[in-house]
Design a protein around this ligand. Structure first.
Ligand code: F6R
Length: 267
């Protein structure tokens, strides 16, 4: 595992700052691989919560490499993805199902029926129930061993966007359909080609099931994430910065950062 340039404890979280994002991603892949191996050893299976976005792509590349090298099997793994645009066509390459196939599922021995994703094609009248059922599936599988997260520039985790909810209500948010924040829509323009083409809604795993994971690994790289990281770790716990709600996680939270994303932690 690449060694961090420095490690700090901030607000109960372990923060590891790496010289480069690729080093941090290698460390993240090692944490995921270790979570798989120890859960399979102890319970015969591992349950992972996975994120999309540009940040974790090298993590998936490294996991695929470990698999190719014969060092890691997904044969006893279930995965639950964090979110999906809504609505989105089943064959849309910008959907998160296609993303996961491209970056991980096509390259490892994960059974097709153990890769769970929120479905951006369920009819409108069935979305609430689909989301609620997703939480029941996670619970029935014994809960998440590890939740991998990125963080939005606006502090969102999954597509749990900033809001003015009281903290206790934010902490209880289940998996559900949501409206995307303007900053999230703006960030998605690079994938969809034009603002008008970006879906305005999504389905996201809620704050409550994220916090219930037995461990959480958050990745953030680049100066555009520095403010969200600092507000999550040093600012008040508030639904206005969903990343700050991670301070109420049930299990350990590890932040893997590069120097630019960690820059405001020393201020
Ligand atoms: C993705 C997700 C989002 C992203 C966040 C950062 O499944 O839930 O919260 O993690 O928007 O995205 P990137 O990595 O593209 O900067």
């Amino acid at each position: 595992m690449p060694a961090p340039a420095r490690s700090l404890e901030v607000a109960g979280a372990s923060v590891r700052v790496f010289d480069s994002a690729p080093d941090a991603c290698r460390a993240a892949a090692d944490l995921v691989a270790e979570a798989i191996r120890s859960a399979v050893r102890e319970r015969g299976r591992a349950v992972l919560g996975l994120a999309t976005g540009s940040t974790p792509i090298p993590v998936y590349a490294r996991l695929a490499e470990l698999h190719r090298a014969g060092e890691l099997s997904f044969a006893d793994v279930d995965t639950y993805n964090l979110d999906e645009y809504y609505p989105i066509a089943p064959t849309d390459p910008k959907g998160f199902r296609a993303f996961m196939h491209r970056h991980l599922f096509a390259h490892v021995d994960l059974a097709a029926n153990r890769a769970h994703l929120l479905d951006g094609t369920v009819p409108e009248h069935a979305v609430d129930e689909h989301a609620a059922q997703y939480d029941r599936w996670i619970a029935a599988d014994g809960g998440l061993d590890l939740q991998l997260l990125g963080i939005g520039r606006n502090g969102h985790i999954g597509f749990n966007e900033p809001s003015d909810l009281p903290v206790d209500r934010a902490l209880a948010l289940p998996t559900r359909p949501v409206d995307l924040h303007p900053a999230t829509v703006a960030d998605a323009v690079k994938d969809f080609g034009a603002e008008a083409l970006v879906p305005r809604r999504a389905i996201t795993v809620g704050i409550a099931p994220i916090l219930a994971a037995r461990s959480i690994v958050v990745l953030a790289f680049g100066p555009h994430k520095a403010d969200a990281v600092a507000r999550s770790l040093l600012g008040p716990v508030t639904a206005g910065v969903p990343g700050s709600l991670l301070r109420h996680a049930d299990g350990p939270v590890t932040w893997l950062l590069d120097e630019t994303a960690a820059r405001d932690l020393d201020a």
